[in-house]
Design a protein around this ligand. Sequence first.
Ligand SMILES: [Zn+2]
Length: 272
Amino acid sequence: MDFKYFDAHTHVQFVAYDPDREETIERAREASVAMNVVGTQQDTSAAAVAFAEKYDHIWASIGLHPIHTSKSYHDTKELGEGGKEFTSRGEVFDKEYYRALGASERVIAIGECGLDYYRLEGDTKDTQHRTFIEQIELANELSKPLMLHIRNAYDDAIALVKAHAKVQGDMHFFAGGWNVARRFLDLGFTLSFTGVLTFTHDYDEIVKNAPLDMILSETDAPYITPVPHRGKRNESAFVPLVVERIAAIRGEAPEHVRTQILKNAKRVFGLA
Ligand SMILES: [Zn+2]
């Protein structure tokens, strides 16, 4: 497929798409958008790989999201309705399981993995650290980039990446300040931006300051729907709106920005 855009982080395997998943995937294809479907635990990672093997505009990332290392978290868009006691199991990272999934040529990154201190309780910090290190080690072993999810934990995350990672990757949904952004860029990590750029100016400085060859576009669908679709479920076909917004913030030609961001994704994820 000759695609024009790359959605570096999307979750079309989540239950939010159960009613119309095939149509959603088809709309992305029609919009010339290729997708990195990102896993968050065992089943969503396996589902991502299954879609990547079925569709030529889909690739997969496999990993254990830091919030799924504890039992407290439940998101109905991801896991469906019902009590969290049935669905959020506090997964222990099973390297064998993910290594086997990672044998697929369609797997382009390990993650989303990282640290999330937003909902921290008890000993989850230690668990998150251990789980993150194991995934960095798997990424090293498979020579695949990391798809990072970091929230309220930038210093610790940078220290763990520096100490353990032999690979680079992408900092998904970057939501820190320019000083933090610069540290990830110095480590060779790209920053990916979502539709949040279409309804807040909070990240304009970073979008302007970052080198264009270190920026990726993503939707993080089903979340963070860009203007003018606010209030609706997000989807990968909307990623051109993020790319347009990046060009507008930087004051650069949209076509130039589009081609460079696509080139960046191909470089980071090793796509032909
Ligand atoms: Zn995500």
